[in-house]
Design a protein around this ligand. Structure first.
Ligand SMILES: [Zn+2]
Length: 392
């Protein structure tokens, strides 16, 4: 049903702008007439909002569409050159800060490795993160690019609503740090914190046109997951949703660092690979396997089999439309993704009717980094009144 012309209330205005912004982002380049059936708004309302978005430089003209008799319609898309996000990806072994445009393209990035301690864990401090973000600001601001916010992706556990890092396993130095508010105050822009796999899931949806009901699997040093429900991150009641790595796969297994028994992460992760080879890091193990080391290939097959079993359990629970495979294991050992796909397709509960689309993350190692930009953009699109200047 069409909404009434020119709703007066602020909430109606906000919703209409948000709807038009989302549609231009998703279906770019697009004409005003094409926006009407997608947004279910009147042509007059669409026209007003497009005018306002043009004046505030959120969108630009992008050529002409097909004529349906009269003049060719003007097409619109987001203005890639105007607004940017700074993304910070705090991974276990390194932190990356980047300037990313509103189409999810990395304009500039800088990384710093964390200090590796004797027990195999890593250490990072807030100063390193400040230095990286300072540097991205310094090196990119001369271009007059306007930064609309800072998106932060980090391994869990964390409290996304409060913007606080808890105690990520294998990474010390930021326990209890209120990173969102610290960055917000230091740089004077909006900031948001999300779990790495959640950010990566949102990034795939925003910038790779993935489906809005999705499971993102982060097969890395640890094993994580992010769930999208109707295009939004599903964090669960206590920020614990998507913790795929801590589903028990062996009730007689060893105790996991999370306190549970026989967790998937103990069998399907970089940590699992390294446990059998204390002298080698996961990247070296995968490289030797790619080079033909059959013993290591067998070990990777075992990891693959556990991973696929865990994902099949999650697919049976959530029944997502799409499963995206990401993380260093998937990127570092290509046969893994194909095997995982085959195993899920053979075993998942709905296989007679169909299986979810299963594919590899298009952003690979940059998925959480690019996803952190989507976290900010989604916030901006949901609250356009805070970011879009009113026309005079
Ligand atoms: Zn566990």
């Amino acid at each position: 049903m069409r909404q009434p012309v020119g709703g007066n209330s602020d909430s109606m205005k906000r919703l209409n702008r948000s709807t038009v912004l989302h549609a231009i982002h998703r279906y770019k380049p697009i004409s005003k007439a094409e926006l009407v059936p997608i947004t279910k708004l009147t042509f007059a309302t669409v026209s007003n909002i497009v005018q306002e978005l043009m004046e505030s430089e959120w969108i630009v003209e992008a050529g002409y569409g097909q004529s349906s008799g009269g003049r060719k319609p003007i097409l619109y898309q987001l203005a890639d050159e105007r607004y940017h996000v700074i993304s910070v990806d705090i991974a276990v072994a390194s932190t990356t800060a980047a300037l990313i445009n509103v189409s999810g393209e990395v304009v500039y990035a800088e990384s710093e490795h964390h200090v590796r301690k004797e027990d195999g864990t890593f250490q990072v401090d807030l100063g390193t993160i400040y230095e990286l973000v300072d540097s991205v600001f310094e090196k990119t601001l001369p271009n007059k690019q306007e930064v609309i916010g800072i998106g932060i992706a980090s391994p869990g556990p964390l409290h996304a609503e409060k913007g606080v890092l808890l105690s990520p396993p294998n990474l010390t130095g930021l326990d209890g740090v209120e990173i969102r508010d610290l960055l917000k105050t230091r740089y004077g822009v909006e900031a948001r914190l999300e779990k790495d796999a959640d950010a990566a899931a949102l990034g795939e949806y925003w910038f790779a046109n993935r489906k809005p009901n999705m499971l993102y699997v982060f097969a890395d040093r640890g094993t994580g997951g992010g769930i999208l429900f109707n295009g939004s991150i599903y964090r669960g009641f206590l920020n614990g949703a998507g913790e795929l790595g801590h589903a028990t796969v062996d009730i007689h297994g060893p105790i996991c660092r999370c306190g549970n028994i026989g967790c998937l992460e103990l069998y399907a992760s970089g940590i699992a690979l390294e446990r059998n080879r204390p002298s080698m890091l996961m990247d070296a193990i995968m490289q030797e396997a790619r080079n033909g080391n059959e013993v290591l290939q067998k070990e990777l097959e075992t990891v693959t089999s556990y991973l696929a079993t865990g994902i099949t359990n999650a697919v049976n629970m959530l029944n997502p439309a799409e499963v995206i495979l990401g993380g260093a294991l998937i990127n570092g050992y290509p046969p893994m993704a194909e095997s995982v796909k085959n195993i899920i397709s053979e075993r998942c509960f709905t296989r007679e009717n169909g299986v979810p689309d299963i594919s590899v993350s298009v952003f690979q190692d940059h998925a959480p980094l690019i996803g952190a930009a989507a976290v900010i953009l989604q916030h901006v699109f949901e609250h356009p009144e805070q970011f879009i200047r009113q026309p005079k």
